[in-house]
Design a protein around this ligand. Structure first.
Ligand code: ATP
Ligand code: MG
Length: 335
């Protein structure tokens, strides 16, 4: 371990940068695909407003936060007051409406943890899920999108990390590994903590955007076009950042004591959050604070088995980046 190479030579780094940027470019959805998503959303809005004129539809998740790969499904949230009284009834009605308009594979999953209607549009070939009144997800989507507009290196880093996590099978919450949302928060917090910082802490700045949802106040600075130069004092390239990201999660993060927190731009202590012991199913073996629902640890899906899988994968990635002369092959090797 002591002999581990801590730095790469310039030639290695330039080669690695070019490889990562090529992967990033290949994963970005084409404009044509984004246009088709819009077209499907417009159709859904038309169908929904015929039945519920006061209802609104919002895109959320990766299709709206700019961290989506090409060929992603869309996540849609239907917001209306009436849906609070009987979600199942509204979802079943919605499924009928979609089916009558020839959308395919329509399925209402009314008993899921997050009840949804699934659909596939034969015209655009796009699939999607519609959930109801999940406004916090719409707002955290905006926060992620706003961060992505400040410095392109966030989007590049998150694409590489998501691509790695999907290739290595550690992006499966039902198997105890982390959601894409959690990985993007890890990338944001990592870039907030670089010195000089690549990203600011939007929730620690003057408030220009504020909404209260289910008694949770969501407030932050959202005039991100004014922050375009924020990261310019930090000259690290995507190759260096990916290297340092995996190095941090493999060897530097204090799993026993620390919580990463995009809300504060820092690391908090587990003790301060009272996340030191298992309560119910929340084991707090890797702690990632939700930026708005502060009692919510996105690492709560991780159990004593999957924490080992995750940490071994972080170490594997770090070792490959440290030693392998051509790391991109092994890094994304299917598990
Ligand atoms: P992918 O490209 O892998 O589908 P995604 O960005 O759609 O990525 P998900 O993790 O499926 O990622 O999450 C979709 C959205 O749902 C997130 O952007 C976020 O708004 C919300 N979300 C997901 N998990 C949580 C969670 N545990 N707590 C709060 N919001 C969440
Ligand atoms: Mg998604």
């Amino acid at each position: 371990r002591n002999l581990k190479r801590q730095t790469m030579c310039r030639g290695d780094i330039n080669k690695l940068n070019a490889k990562f940027l090529a992967i990033y470019d290949s994963l970005i959805p084409a404009d044509e695909e984004k246009a088709k998503q819009k077209q499907l959303l417009t159709l859904l809005e038309k169908l929904v407003s015929k039945e519920w004129p006061e209802a609104r539809l919002y895109l959320y998740g990766s299709c709206a936060n700019s961290f989506d790969f090409s060929k992603s499904d869309i996540d849609v949230c239907l917001v209306m007051e009436a849906a609070n009284s009987d979600k199942s009834e509204v979802l079943l009605k919605l499924a009928d409406i979609l089916q009558a308009d020839n959308l395919q594979n329509v399925q209402a999953l009314t008993r899921a943890r997050v009840p949804i209607v699934k659909l596939m549009d034969p015209v655009t070939g796009i699939s999607g899920d519609i959930c109801m009144n999940n406004v916090l997800a719409v707002v955290n989507t905006k926060l992620l999108r706003d961060y992505a507009h400040i410095d392109v290196r966030l989007r590049q880093l998150a694409f590489i990390v998501k691509h790695w996590a999907k290739s290595r099978g550690v992006n499966e919450t039902y198997q105890g590994t982390l959601s894409s949302y959690a990985y993007v928060l890890m990338c944001i917090n990592f870039l907030q903590q670089r010195r000089p910082a690549v990203l600011p802490c939007l929730q620690g700045m003057d408030i220009t955007y504020s909404v209260t949802i289910d008694n949770v106040e969501c407030a932050f600075f959202d005039q991100v076009e004014k922050l375009r130069d924020f990261g310019s004092r930090n000259r690290e390239s995507i190759g260096q950042l990916v290297w340092a990201f995996f190095h941090y999660w493999a060897y530097c993060h204090d799993y026993a004591n620390d919580v990463i927190s995009v809300r504060t731009g820092c690391t908090l202590s587990k003790r301060a959050k009272d996340w030191t012991r298992r309560i119910g199913n929340d084991r707090h073996l890797i702690c990632i604070e939700d930026p708005f629902e502060l009692s919510h640890d996105l690492g709560r899906v991780v159990d004593k088995y999957s924490i080992r899988v995750l940490r071994e994968e972080f170490e594997r990635a770090a070792e490959i980046l440290h030693y392998d002369p051509n790391p991109c092959v092994k890094l994304f090797e299917p598990y």
